[in-house]
Design a protein around this ligand. Structure first.
Ligand SMILES: [Zn+2]
Length: 137
């Protein structure tokens, strides 16, 4: 189900809580909503659709990937990026990002995994993990 986007910075500045099995329908809605904004948006966090649970969805090499409770364990190679955000109005803003990140997360089957991501995909994940932590660019 496609859900309306939240633009309230106070709501978006609060940290999301851990997601569990009961939140898998939110993950599905997040994918549906991200797909509806294809072309404008490459990633979303659940608080952007009004649910403060730690769930993100993003483009990864032409497909969509969902993570529950993502935690960045390691980051290497800082650079300054300019990013836009569908939840925020205005021009792109500067953000410090890292070329390589190692992320622990749970899949939609609630399996815990750790993977390394590089470049653009890593940048999207960092932006969405920030959303889960209540950090806006
Ligand atoms: Zn954003």
């Amino acid at each position: 189900m496609i859900r309306p986007l939240v633009h309230d910075p106070i709501f978006l500045s609060q940290k999301s809580s851990l997601a569990g099995k009961e939140d898998l329908s939110v993950a599905k809605d997040l994918l549906d909503t991200l797909n509806a904004y294809k072309g404008q948006c490459v990633g979303m966090a659940a608080n952007m659709i009004g649910v403060r649970k730690s769930i993100i969805a993003f483009e990864n090499a032409g497909t969509y990937m969902v993570m529950l409770n993502p935690v960045i364990l390691e980051k290497i190679g800082m650079y300054e990026a300019e990013e836009g955000c569908l939840s925020l109005l205005g021009e792109p803003r500067k953000a410090k990002r890292f070329q390589m990140i190692r992320v622990q997360y749970q899949t939609e089957r609630l399996e815990t995994r750790t993977d390394v991501f590089l470049g653009w995909t890593a940048q999207i994940i960092q932006h969405e993990v920030d959303h889960c932590n209540g950090i806006l660019i």
